[in-house]
Write a protein that binds this ligand. Structure first.
Ligand SMILES: [Fe+2]
Length: 237
């Protein structure tokens, strides 16, 4: 398979992903073995906890590329937590999109949907950025409120769920919720959201098989291949 992983905490020392370069290399090795040929390295941007910016992320990525094998290819982005100053930081160029494309991963605060989230989506779209909401199946509000997720999509956001949610790695309940979201047409991408080489490794093949079994290969190809290919095509870095 020629998988693309659009959400992966693989850069060393930036967040709760690998602390050392060796861990990143082990993750790259696992990804290559799983048929992943392109990874968007997306460390957290979480004000107060992980104060990462585009320039710092890019420089760590360039260092990793010097010692990494050619495959998977590496681009950078970020897993961007929604915060009150997000638009300001976007304006200042501090928040990367995926590979310089028009797509940006955004993560909702743990327990709530911010009251101004529709405005945020509108303003991002107005600036040419398509927000991709990460793992709604693990968000305490969205997991139980598919109409709310549908509304975010109607307003212009896309949606990414986690491979391990589909394979049951986060429990049967989350698997069922994830399948339900696909069934309702609320999902655009499946990504690993990997953090290490053991507990949350960069693997997509198991989830691809699950989705193929439940919905057929055409749906699986859309969620694992063709939608992500569009991001790669729109990437500049
Ligand atoms: Fe993440």
């Amino acid at each position: 398979m020629n998988f693309i992983d659009i959400h992966c905490h693989i850069l060393p020392g930036m967040d709760d992903g690998p602390s050392e370069t060796d861990g990143s290399l082990r993750m790259l090795n696992i990804a290559a073995g799983d048929g992943i040929y392109h990874i968007f390295a997306t460390p957290h941007i979480l004000p107060g906890t992980y104060e990462n910016r585009s320039s710092g992320i890019r420089s760590v990525l360039e260092d990793l590329k010097k010692i990494a094998p050619e495959t998977p290819r590496l681009s950078y982005g970020a897993d961007v937590r929604v915060s009150v100053d997000l638009l300001d930081r976007v304006e200042k160029g501090e928040v990367p999109t995926l590979g310089g494309s028009g797509y940006m991963l955004i993560e909702m605060p743990d327990y709530i949907l911010p009251p101004n989230v529709d405005n945020l989506i509108f303003n991002l779209r107005h600036r040419g950025i398509i927000p991709i909401i990460t793992h709604p199946e693990r968000h305490l509000r969205l997991m139980n409120d598919l109409p709310a997720l549908g509304k975010l999509r109607d307003n212009g956001a896309l949606c990414q769920i986690t491979a391990m949610s589909l394979t049951g790695g986060f429990g049967k309940g989350l698997r069922k919720i994830s399948i339900g979201m696909i069934k309702k047409g609320l999902v655009d991408f499946v990504a690993t959201d990997a953090h290490d080489d053991r507990n949350r490794p960069p693997v997509l093949s198991g989830a691809y098989k699950e989705v193929s079994k439940e919905f057929g290969t055409s749906v699986a190809d859309t969620l694992f291949l063709s939608n992500a290919e569009r991001i790669v095509e729109a990437s500049k870095v």
